[in-house]
Design a protein around this ligand. Structure first.
Ligand code: NAD
Length: 492
């Protein structure tokens, strides 16, 4: 299946204040099918004026009593309705995601659509469970006066949500579902590479009955539309998922504006295999940790630490998985790995592989583009037997590129795992609980998995230590991200 076989209408306009709209200046940009390199649509390239219109609509919707004073149970029902609509239109949304992002159709169905439905339903439940507390004060004056004090959680206001291209629909839902559950209004900017499912999501939200202006989608470039959204004076809170580089720019702007900000950023997640682990299990686990979603995962297990005695056996096993992986269109059921998202991203990944080779890494498998049209890259395994300080060990590749390194003592592996500016995810592979827990204790990461990797759930907080971000998504923690505490003190 390719563009010609995609029979649904592709919505290509922005969605602002309950209506589709073009950019005021008529500018557009192209989005592509990464499996073929062909253009599939032109979408509006939002100007500052378009961003202003979207934020103004979100502000108006926030100030109106119809949304933030809506009974929480009614907000919950709207989110549940949206979940139902996403589920009903799941085949269409999944095909659109595979067409635009390149991932395997099965993953689009299971993760983009299935995950979005799961998150929407989970977050819908929070709308009715937002609570404050009562507080006993020690104030003793004026004499005879008593106090009744309490806290409330109130919606943070207008939220600017900026998301990347690796899980376009799911990342959008990770932002909008909790923000809407808390009573905020949202302007969402999807990545320029993958705007199509976000536009459709806004249309479905409108169909579900969300009032105009509550959820808006603007399309545009990061440095222009994204930056204009972040610095807009009527935005109260910025929530960003993307690279650490851009996260720093956004963080600086928000610090200077004193805006609330959450940052989910890059990673260089270590996978530590202990010597009691069955080699076959280590091979399958480590290969899955890096090659899933073509390595375009913030928690991708891109640094592999292996006991020296098992190094060659496990590296060769993963190289074999890489060599036998079938590349192709995400629509083809025989395909095991689709393309990278864009020509630009493929150029970055191939450049980093070449640099790894030049700096002394041994390319054991992959490294090429599979000799096909589209933005493909072969799954790549680099052996770094001498533990050289390769750039590809230090910097995020965000592609299917694994670097394997040997260690002698577990403490050495943990220290190497922590010798990174990032701290998003990590995994340890062992059958021995006490050894697993010692690694869990020692690794600096927002999530540590044992005998699994890349597993996320709406109930489990997710986020980064160090340069991997600020704040947590999911679970109870997410309510704090989209609400402010208001203290109330009553004298009587
Ligand atoms: P990116 O930072 O280039 O872009 C992300 C988004 O930010 C896009 O929508 C882009 O248009 C926008 N943007 C770019 N410059 C901007 C600016 N100056 N002001 C405002 N917005 C701007 O990231 P990407 O290449 O799309 O995504 C890959 C990155 O995302 C990787 O680093 C990956 O680790 C990270 N990521 C993190 C998580 C997480 O939860 N921690 C999840 C997924 C991806």
């Amino acid at each position: 299946m390719d563009r010609q076989d995609f029979t649904h209408t592709i919505r290509t306009q922005m969605f602002v204040d309950g209506r589709f709209s073009e950019s005021g200046n008529g500018r557009t940009f192209a989005v592509f099918n990464p499996a073929t390199g062909e253009e599939i649509a032109q979408v509006p390239d939002a100007s500052d004026a378009d961003i202003d219109a979207a934020v103004t609509a979100a502000r108006r919707a926030f100030e109106a009593d119809t949304w933030r004073r809506m009974p929480p149970a009614a907000r919950e029902r709207l989110l549940l309705k949206l979940a139902d609509l996403v589920e009903q239109h799941g085949d269409e949304l999944a095909a659109l995601e595979t067409l635009n992002q390149g991932k395997l159709l099965g993953f689009s169905k299971m993760l983009e659509v299935g995950g979005s439905v799961q998150w929407l339903r989970y977050m819908a439940g929070w709308a009715t469970k937002i609570e404050g507390s009562t507080v006993d004060l020690s104030l003793a004056f004026p004499p005879g006066v008593r106090y009744n004090a309490s806290t409330r959680r109130v919606p943070a206001g207008v939220v600017a949500a900026i998301v990347p291209w690796n899980f376009p629909l799911l990342m959008a839902v990770w932002k909008i579902a909790p923000a809407l559950a808390c009573g905020c209004t949202v302007v969402l900017k999807p990545a320029e590479e993958t705007p199509l499912t976000a536009i459709r999501l806004a249309e479905l939200a409108h169909e579900a009955g969300f009032p105009p202006g509550v959820f808006n989608v603007v399309t545009g470039q990061g440095e222009t539309a994204g930056a204009a959204l972040v610095r807009h004076a009527q935005v109260d809170k910025v929530t960003f998922t993307g690279s650490t580089e851009v996260g720093r720019i956004i963080g600086k702007q928000c610090a200077s504006d004193l805006k609330r900000v959450s940052l989910e950023l890059g990673g260089k997640s270590p996978v530590i295999v202990l010597d009691d682990c069955d080699p076959q299990r280590a091979i399958e686990g480590a290969a899955g940790a890096i090659f899933f979603n073509h390595g375009q995962v913030c928690t991708a297990g891109s640094r592999l630490y292996l006991p020296r005695a098992r190094f060659d056996e496990i590296v060769n096993g993963i190289a074999n998985v890489a060599r036998t992986t079938v590349l192709g269109s995400g629509f083809d059921s025989a395909t095991q790995m689709g393309p990278l998202v864009s020509a630009r991203h493929r150029a970055k990944v191939t450049g980093m592989i070449a640099q790894g080779r030049a700096e002394g890494g041994e390319i054991v498998a992959g490294g090429g583009d599979g000799n096909r049209p589209g933005f493909f890259i072969e799954p790549t395994v680099i052996a770094n037997a001498a533990n050289k300080p390769l750039t590809v060990v230090r910097e995020e590749v965000f592609g299917p590129v694994l670097v394997a390194m040997p260690y002698d003592e577990v403490e050495e592996a943990v220290a190497a795992a922590n010798a990174s500016e990032y701290g998003l995810g990590a995994s340890v592979w062992t059958n021995q609980l006490d050894r697993a827990l010692r690694v869990v204790d020692g690794v600096q990461a927002g999530t540590v998995w044992v005998n699994t990797h890349n597993m996320v759930d709406p109930a489990l907080p997710f986020g980064g230590f160090k340069a991997s971000g600020i704040g947590r998504e999911h679970g109870r923690a997410i309510i704090d991200a989209y609400t402010e505490t208001k203290s109330v003190c009553i004298a009587y």
